[in-house]
Design a protein around this ligand. Structure first.
Ligand code: CTP
Length: 421
């Protein structure tokens, strides 16, 4: 297979420094990167540092005759499989949406027939401004892929939506788009091109507006006495990332969370619980839901009798710990009169992952099982490698950040709810 090639356009914002890490990650994945900078980007990151990382000339001024002679803007686009604008400022998004070509970056973007991924990053007020939202809607309608910005603290001491997604998340999205490339040689419109091309799916379809998504996350704690409990190593990260992705996709989200210290994602209603039985109650209270994604690592057993006082050593044999089985929330929902239309479980396995997950799907009555191998350091780690087991078969997803697993799962869910095309 030929090495995939990215043309990275860096526009001028405080997040431009993250472009350096993005280049490093892409190179590590054997993806070639050539960079173009806008004039204002050079105020935030130097062409030299970008050039060292891309191991290539960094292109900037459209009227640089040498560049035009050696490699024109058409060729820069022709030699790429995908054009990525990261960070994409409100300004460059506006120029893209308006078809303005007043520098090298926007001229490439207007002249290209290649798929384009834009990763907006800006102040929260600029992001929510009607003009920006109008431009984003226009760009989506034009087939431009938009990676939604994240929510968090801003460089300008404000809080909200507008942060550039982490480089690992952008890299995962780039890999996803590259993986959709049709076979070499498929004809493409506008420019004749012998390189691989990519079909641009309409991301506006990945919309969960008006849907209620219910997510469980984290471990449960099952008290033995007032100071001791049974627990497990679940960090809650994957479930929280899924709740965040559902909210980004426009859904109303209820997150029933076991005891974890993670911040509540923007736009998510959180219900904190401690035990499996409390989790079941909270889940049933949250119904009806269109989709339930049960990511929590629910303790299978609890102490049969919770001691009212701290159990003391009495000098003899240790006190026996008698266990009782907890309710199975997934299996309960599967038989519930208000069963969500799409019921998704997770399967944490340490061996024969897919076989166990397939059996679990049937046994618990789930529609899908997201299976992962927890024999490594998945619990608490930042990445996950999962298999999606559905009624139609098994999809093996590559290892990716937990946030990217969440985004991809949300896209699959939106497609499923949208019904057959
Ligand atoms: N689950 C649940 N209630 C439980 C146990 C598990 O809702 N009491 C859900 C989990 O949230 C997950 C799925 O069931 O979506 C599978 O969880 P897992 O721990 O892998 O399965 P177990 O039922 O514990 O099966 P086993 O211990 O045999 O692997």
């Amino acid at each position: 297979m030929t090495q995939p090639r990215i043309l990275l356009i860096v526009s001028g914002g405080i997040a431009a420094y993250k472009a350096l890490e993005l280049v490093r990650l892409l190179k590590a994945k054997d993806i070639a990167v050539r960079a173009v900078m806008t004039e204002s980007a050079a105020a935030f990151v130097t062409p030299l540092s970008l050039g060292v990382l891309t191991e290539d000339h960094v292109y900037g001024d459209m009227f640089d005759l040498k560049e035009e002679r050696e490699i024109g803007h058409i060729q820069l686009s022709r030699e790429a499989d995908l054009i990525v604008v990261a960070p994409a400022t409100a300004n460059i998004l506006a120029r893209m949406a308006g078809g303005i070509a007043d520098d090298l970056a926007t001229t490439i973007l207007l002249a290209t027939d290649k798929p384009v991924l834009a990763c907006p990053a800006m102040n929260v007020r600029m992001w929510h401004h009607k003009a920006t939202q109008r431009n984003i809607a226009q760009l989506k309608a034009d087939g431009i892929h938009i990676l939604e910005p994240g929510v968090g603290a801003m460089a300008c001491n404000e809080w909200g939506k507008g942060r550039l997604p982490e480089p690992a998340e952008i890299a995962a999205e780039i890999e996803r788009l590259l993986a959709e490339a049709p076979p070499v040689g498929e004809p493409h419109h506008l420019l004749t091109d012998t390189t691989r091309t990519i079909n641009a799916p309409d991301l506006s379809e990945h919309n969960l507006f008006g849907r209620h998504v219910l997510v469980t996350a984290g471990p449960t704690h099952e008290p033995i006495d007032p100071v001791r409990y049974i627990a497990n190593r679940s960090s809650g990260k994957q479930g929280f990332a899924i709740a965040a992705a559902a909210a980004r996709a426009g859904a109303k989200v209820t997150l029933v969370a076991g005891p974890v210290m993670l911040p509540t994602p923007a736009g998510v209603t959180r219900v904190n619980v401690e035990t499996a039985r409390e989790m079941l109650d909270a889940v049933e209270d949250a119904l009806p839901a269109d989709v339930a994604i049960l990511v929590a690592a629910v303790a299978d057993w609890r102490a049969a009798d919770e001691a009212p006082q701290k159990i003391k050593k009495d000098g003899g044999a240790p006190a026996p710990l008698l266990l009782a089985e907890n309710p199975d929330i997934l299996a309960t929902l599967a038989k519930h009169p208000q069963r969500p239309a799409l019921l998704i479980g997770f399967a944490a396995e340490t061996e024969t992952v897919v076989d166990h997950a397939t059996a679990k799907r049937a046994r618990k009555g789930a529609d899908w099982i997201v299976a992962n191998d927890v024999s490594g350091d998945v619990m608490g780690g930042a990445t996950n490698q999962v298999h999606l087991v559905t009624g139609k078969g098994v999809e093996d997803w590559p290892e990716m950040p937990k946030s990217a697993v969440a985004t991809r799962l949300m896209e699959r869910i939106a497609d499923e709810l949208a019904g057959p095309k």
